[in-house]
Ligand binder design. Structure first.
Ligand code: SF4
Length: 342
């Protein structure tokens, strides 16, 4: 995806228009070639066009609902952060393995919340409760916030808000390269900007509607030069023909792009491909032609919470993946911190 996301259909909830950001978005979309509708609540967004479930799913993914966040109780977001900060939910990307397919069920449209100051006030209370401990907030638990932020600038405001706190930090991850408006945000080193990266093959085949590896790497370079602490999530690490070269090339390109200073404070997270039985069903429904390998027989079963276990790679394959990725990390980024392999 080269151009930043523009929704095809936008709904406004009535209360959203009481907030400056709601008004601003209303003016913006009314001037654009976008269909604008008004609804009493996002729950009423039922009459989405489309002749079948698949079409409706696709249209929902390019539909934006502008509303307010009513519950200001934040979910926890262990282990990478203390809390999830809710600025948006949903995503326009079409990654075949996206976990939002199972968590958002029948409501895959994108929602943005315009009561950002109230959300920041709630965050400040969470920070106060834990002083002198640092409290970290994750902004990408329920959406790819960077991919939507060129429309709202809520993430930019959050970055600047946490930049001013003494005990608050922010982090998020993205598969999009539309970062230019975030480069001059006064982040004060309090935000860790992470990119989700993968071998070219994986991005091309399983992540339609997101930015290419090349573009993500370029964007990571810009973000690093803007002085943000940087991180990479390599996920899902997926066995495919030529995977050794694919991941090697990815590290090699990253190394060539990043300035020396950024390499001293880099974090990496490695997540091997996994699926659950319920996720497999949804993936096959939403992306019936996917080449994604989802054969339980080939995998190792790992017991999980609430009785829903996941299928991960066989022990030997896992070791092989680990050995290769660890050696690439050591070769290209010896000072980076590997947070986990899972
Ligand atoms: Fe899901 Fe992230 Fe892909 Fe969006 S970019 S569809 S949130 S995996």
């Amino acid at each position: 995806m080269d151009d930043p996301f523009i929704p095809k259909l936008v709904y406004f909830e009535p209360k959203a228009l009481d907030y400056p950001l709601g008004k601003e978005l209303q003016e913006k979309f009314e001037k654009m070639d976008v269909e604008v509708r008004y609804t009493t609540s996002h729950n009423q967004v039922r009459d989405l066009p489309g002749e079948n479930d698949l079409q409706k799913y696709r249209i929902a993914k390019s539909t934006l609902v502008v509303g307010i966040r009513k519950t200001l109780k934040f979910d926890t977001s262990k282990p990478s952060a203390e809390y999830a900060i809710p600025l948006a939910t949903g995503c326009m990307g079409h990654c075949h393995y996206c976990y939002l397919q199972t968590t958002m069920g029948s409501k895959p449209y994108i929602r943005v919340y315009v009561n950002v100051d109230e959300i920041f006030e709630a965050a400040d209370k969470y920070i106060e409760e834990r002083v002198p401990e640092i409290t970290t907030f994750e902004a990408a638990c329920t959406s790819d916030i960077v991919g939507i932020d060129h429309l709202t600038h809520s993430l930019k405001k959050a970055i600047e808000h946490f930049g001013k706190t003494d005990y608050g930090k922010l982090r998020f991850v993205t598969k999009f390269h539309h970062v230019d408006h975030l480069l001059d945000a006064k982040h004060n080193g309090k935000t860790r900007f992470r990119f989700s990266v993968n071998a070219d093959y994986v991005i091309k085949n399983f992540e339609p509607g997101t930015s290419s590896l090349e573009k993500r790497i370029e964007a990571a370079g810009k973000v690093a030069r803007a002085g943000y602490p940087l991180g990479f999530i390599v996920a899902p690490i997926y066995l495919h023909e030529g995977w050794e070269d694919g991941y090697f090339h990815m590290f090699e390109r990253l190394e060539a792009e990043l300035p020396i200073e950024a390499k001293r404070d880099l974090s990496f997270e490695f997540i091997q491909h996994r699926f659950t039985k319920p996720a497999k069903k949804v993936i096959e429904k939403n992306y019936p032609k996917t080449k994604l390998e989802l054969d339980e027989e080939k995998r190792r079963y790992k017991w999980g919470k609430y009785g829903i276990g996941k299928y991960i790679y066989q022990k030997e394959e896992e070791e092989n993946l680990k050995n290769h990725l660890f050696s690439y990390l050591e070769k290209f980024f010896p000072d980076a911190k590997l947070e986990y392999f899972t």
